[in-house]
Design a protein around this ligand. Structure first.
Ligand code: HOZ
Length: 427
């Protein structure tokens, strides 16, 4: 792989941008390398500034469900831009988007738009505290809810990748309001509620944790959390920033038949532009200003370009039967990987739902962060490096989830499987 231009850019970037990147997950430190710089991306392929073309499974960390630069999104953004790029005044796109979210996401009766997934979870937690008049929040080890102060403890994603699950800069007093529990252990949650249930404002959980690999809930776990929060008057918050509009139109809550009180959304809903949203029961959402006492705001919230991009992406997914297509592609990739692992006698774990997947270099069943941490990171590094050399871009961390887009085709999946066959032989 040629990398002269990327190397020069990264050298300059390191002098003027901390670590040379605008988000730590983009750094290649965990895979002993330097990031490449992208020139352009179309469909499932990206081309870097040195002319290397790759099949992409990062998909801008989730939003690119139709692949890169889909015509429908480009046209919608272009059309909207002609009428103005930002108003700070209500615009009709916001109402269309709110209507779509309320229609698609089973638990959402009212919704407010924000500009990122972090803002969505942060606002949902504040609202839960304002609504209940309580301070404590339960979160789970390895779950990542964006870089919200009180949630940046025992966090996943880049915080875990770079060895900082408990970030510096979070006052002890903030962290003390967050109760950290292992994922998939309902007994521990019951104990905490029995001891201090009247202090717990909310339980926040990634609907399927996807920032420490991809972990699935045990049978009854999510319903158990739902029942406990109802019993104790706490707000149950589903973080569907990764899974919302990705695993199904209505996210995990549709697949699992769980009704959270509040849902945080982002990624796919913005069509690649900066968007988040949080919504839920009208009774709780009405605690927001200007109707209620909980303040929450944003200059760019409901931005017309972001709304147009998101609407166009979601409507196009509907038009092409995107979710069914992604399931077929995901199943092909899964069957191929399982076939290779079996043939080579490798005991690794693979988790997949629809177009989301993660491979764990361990023989332990993946149920929580402890089991994720048994994976062999040296093997992951070799695997990642081999795949990249063969023109397949996976996230540069063993703790991130892969994404297939509707622009991937059978040939792309098969090319990926051939590369995996080779990579597994090299590690
Ligand atoms: N939430 C993203 C996937 N884990 C990470 C995006 C970022 O931190 O830049």
């Amino acid at each position: 792989m040629k990398n002269d231009i990327s190397t020069t850019l990264f050298k300059e970037a390191k002098n003027i941008i901390p670590g040379g990147v605008n988000s730590p997950v983009r750094a290649f430190r965990n895979v002993d390398g330097d990031p490449f710089f992208v020139d352009k991306a179309k469909g499932c392929r990206i081309t870097d500034v040195d002319g290397n073309e790759m099949i992409d499974y990062v998909g801008t960390w989730g939003p690119a469900i139709l692949g890169h630069a889909p015509e429908s999104v480009i046209n919608a953004v272009g059309d909207a831009a002609k009428n103005g790029v930002s108003f700070g005044i209500p615009n009709p796109f916001e109402v269309d988007m709110a209507r779509l979210i309320v229609d698609w996401v089973p638990s959402v009766e009212k919704v407010r738009m924000v500009s990122s997934g972090t803002e969505a979870t942060m606002s949902a937690v504040r609202l839960a505290r304002g609504y209940t008049g309580r301070d404590k929040v339960i979160k789970f080890e390895g779950c990542y809810h964006g870089h919200v102060d009180s949630l940046l403890v025992a966090a996943g994603s880049g915080a875990l990748t770079h060895g900082k699950p408990d970030s510096a800069g979070i006052p002890d007093a903030f962290a003390a309001e967050t109760i950290i529990l292992p994922y998939n252990d309902l007994g521990r949650v019951e104990e905490v509620f029995a001891k201090m249930g009247e202090q717990i404002a909310a339980v926040i959980v990634e609907s399927y944790p996807a920032n420490a690999g991809l972990i699935f809930p045990r049978e009854g776990y999510l319903q158990g959390l739902r029942d406990l929060t109802t019993e104790h008057g706490s707000v149950f918050i589903f973080d569907e920033v990764m899974t919302g509009f990705r695993v199904a139109k209505g996210g995990v809550q549709e697949l699992e038949g769980i009704t959270p009180d509040l849902t945080a959304m982002g990624k796919v809903i913005g069509g690649g532009l900066p968007v988040g949203a949080f919504g839920g029961k009208a009774e709780i959402m009405d605690y927001l200003a200007p109707d209620g006492p909980v303040y929450q705001a944003g200059t760019l919230s409901g931005n017309p370009l972001a709304m147009a991009a998101g609407m166009a992406q979601l409507r196009e997914m509907e038009r092409i039967g995107g979710y069914a297509k992604l399931e077929v592609l995901g199943a092909r990739l899964e069957a191929g990987i399982r076939g290779i692992l079996k043939q080579k006698g490798l005991p690794y774990q693979l988790n997949r739902v629809g177009s989301m997947f993660c491979l764990f270099f361990t023989e332990e069943e993946i149920v929580n962060l402890d089991s994720v941490m048994t994976a062999d990171t040296a093997k992951f590094k070799k695997f990642f490096t081999s795949m990249l050399k063969q023109g397949i871009y996976m996230a540069p961390s063993p703790y991130e989830t892969g994404f297939i887009s509707a622009a991937h085709g059978n040939e792309d999946i098969d090319q990926t499987l051939n590369a995996m066959d080779q990579a597994f032989s090299e590690i």
